[in-house]
Ligand binder design. Structure first.
Ligand code: KG4
Ligand code: ZN
Length: 329
């Protein structure tokens, strides 16, 4: 069954064709370049660009998959969370497409689509598992009994993991999004473990705003004294990334132990981080657990994950009405 997925929650306009979790095409155009000078995503620009790109991206996805439109049997679309104007473009387009083809429509959760991403192009997966989503807007940890039975175990009380890297990176002169830039400059041997300490806590929540403020404060102090050097930047940003990534990994490990579950599944932009991937595979080996990560292409927002989870939920009996409306949170 060919499923067409549509993702427009932020700056990526993405359309994919998936069949039995196999990705036949996933075409993505980002409006990132139009936002770069503002240091973050401007919602109005993002929605206008989605409108401009979505028809062409759909055509190119069909062409790449060598599938005719009439062969599509399900349209799956990101319903939320995301930017309202951006979501509206995707949801409206999906409704029109499903209606004109006479096929079912399914609105899916953006965060759960990230959680589905490791299962693309893969044959088997089992429940339950502990899920971790770390992106620019969200940092959450779940107990997943099935994709329609997801319990939130913890989430961030303030900033998301990617958001901290992006916001601090901007202060240190990096371009938006700074997450991938910090990943490149990260050097484990430069990490000062005392620079950013997180408070010990009992639950599975996250909190990054304290270390964000500290990183910005250090920058201001050093630049006031005109003392900031390239090496300082590397030390500070490597130490920041170290703390953020280890906080994610500590909570993931804690959730696996507390719930006596031996499978972890991670998704979202931050999961592309090289240090995260390295430590996760070390932990998996050390603890004898399985941790599934998405292919690098499917860490960021993408329609293949949306089509994949849509196909899965449709086969469990879910579908949406044409009254489908986006949600923000
Ligand atoms: O999942 P995503 O594409 O969009 C949201 O749903 O937010 O995630 C984007 C976030 C950004 O904050 C970006 O800085 C971060 O993922 N990111 C990374 C890396 N690649 C993207 N963070 C750390 N290391 C990376 N390699
Ligand atoms: Zn996302």
């Amino acid at each position: 069954m060919y499923t067409l997925g549509i993702e427009t929650s932020c700056d990526e306009t993405s359309v994919a064709i998936v069949n039995k979790r196999r990705v036949l095409s996933c075409e993505t155009v980002s409006s990132l370049n139009f936002h770069k000078k503002y240091g973050g995503i401007i919602p109005e620009i993002a929605s206008r660009k989605h409108l401009k790109f979505i028809g062409k991206v759909t055509q190119s996805s069909l062409k790449k998959a060598k599938i005719e439109l009439r062969k599509i049997k399900l349209v799956s679309v990101t319903q939320g969370p995301g930017l309202i104007g951006s979501l509206l473009v995707g949801v409206s387009f999906a409704k029109a497409l499903a209606f004109s083809l006479g096929v079912p429509l399914l609105g899916v959760n953006h965060l759960f689509a990230h959680l589905f991403s490791p299962f693309l192009n893969r044959k088997k997966f089992n429940f339950p598992f502990i899920g971790l989503v770390a992106s620019g807007g969200h940092t959450e940890i779940y107990r997943v009994s099935d994709f329609d039975r997801i319990e939130v175990l913890g989430k961030t009380k303030d900033d998301a993991a990617g958001e901290v890297l992006d916001k601090v990176g901007r202060f240190y002169g990096l371009r938006y999004p700074a997450g991938p830039e910090i990943d490149k400059l990260f050097q484990e041997e430069l990490v000062d473990k005392n620079l950013f300490r997180l408070k010990k806590k009992e639950d599975l929540s996250f909190s990054f705003s304290g270390i964000k403020t500290r990183a910005i404060y250090i920058y201001q102090e050093l630049s006031k004294a005109k003392k900031i050097k390239a090496l300082d930047k590397k030390i500070i940003l490597s130490s920041l990334q170290y703390t953020v990534i280890n906080s994610l990994i500590n909570n993931l490990t804690k959730a696996l132990i507390e719930n006596k579950i031996n499978t972890g599944v991670c998704g979202g932009g931050v999961v592309a981080n090289s240090y995260f991937r390295k430590v996760v595979s070390q932990i998996a080996k050390k603890r004898g657990v399985k941790i599934f990560l998405p292919e690098i292409n499917y860490c960021q927002d993408n329609a293949a994950s949306v089509a994949g989870i849509g196909e899965y939920l449709y086969q469990k009996g879910y579908k949406s009405s044409y009254q489908l409306t986006p949600f923000l949170k």
